[in-house]
Unconditional design. Structure first.
Length: 216
């Protein structure tokens, strides 16, 4: 299978916005808070959350908006749709159209609830046969392969049901849906206009991320 428009294969290495270039401290017993448009906000152990659904394994590519793609990663975890179904009853979700995920490093992204409930979206706790770690997104990582990397939040500690879209960490540069197949890189200008911009910026973005990370 070829890569989506504008993407090129690259090695899978930790990446993100330079301001989130930290290896966050992952608690021994990580918890996830579920809040927002719910009647009874709850806090669950990460393992309890994934335990709400049957474990599955899915192979998927990771597509960063800056045009690199890491092909064929093997994730294991709980389908978000099944977790949501179990949670919706327990916390009483009402009127939500969007769902925001926040990581231990403060990084945040919002997905349309409809997109988050797609069958290929996971709350993963394993990658390529190993538990996630401080590099790969422990304790839990949202895997939404049809959406750009900035929707695939690592180190998930907060799930917030919302009525409205919230741009989160990608800010104005992001797109509410961020669908790779439609090249929704940004809400402004078509995706193909962004390709050369991101390609030009990528080496510096990588360097900035790695330098900051080595320091943190
Ligand atoms: N918590 C958190 N999640 C994040 C990010 C981040 O900086 N912090 N960066 C996002 C971006 S832009 C991309 S491309 C992927 C990179 O995943 P990787 O570190 O496994 O390469 O993580 C996404 N999820
Ligand atoms: Mo990214």
């Amino acid at each position: 299978m070829g890569l989506p428009s504008g993407q090129r294969a690259a090695a899978h290495v930790p990446f993100g916005l330079p301001e989130f270039a930290v290896r966050p401290e992952v608690p021994d017993r990580p918890a996830v808070t579920v809040t927002g448009l719910v009647r009874r906000p709850a806090q669950l152990a990460a393992a309890e959350l994934t335990g709400l659904a049957e474990r599955v394994e899915r192979r998927a590519d990771l597509h960063c908006v800056t045009t690199w793609s890491a092909p064929d990663l093997r994730w294991s975890g709980a389908p978000f749709a099944a977790v949501h179904e179990a949670l919706a009853e327990r916390v009483g979700v009402r009127g939500a159209r969007w769902v925001a995920f926040t990581g231990l490093d403060g990084f945040r992204a919002t997905l349309a609830l409809e997109d988050a409930l797609a069958p290929d979206v996971l709350l993963a706790d394993r990658l390529d046969g190993a538990s996630l770690d401080g590099d790969s997104g422990a304790p839990l990582r949202l895997v939404a392969p049809a959406h750009y990397g900035y929707k695939n939040v690592k180190h998930v500690c907060l799930i917030e049901y919302r009525r409205d879209y919230d741009a989160g960490s990608s800010g104005w540069k992001g797109h509410p849906r961020g669908r790779v197949a439609l090249e929704e890189r940004s809400r402004f200008l078509p995706g193909r206009v962004w390709r050369p911009v991101w390609r030009a910026l990528l080496p510096r973005a990588r360097a900035a991320y790695e330098t900051r990370r080595a320091r943190n």
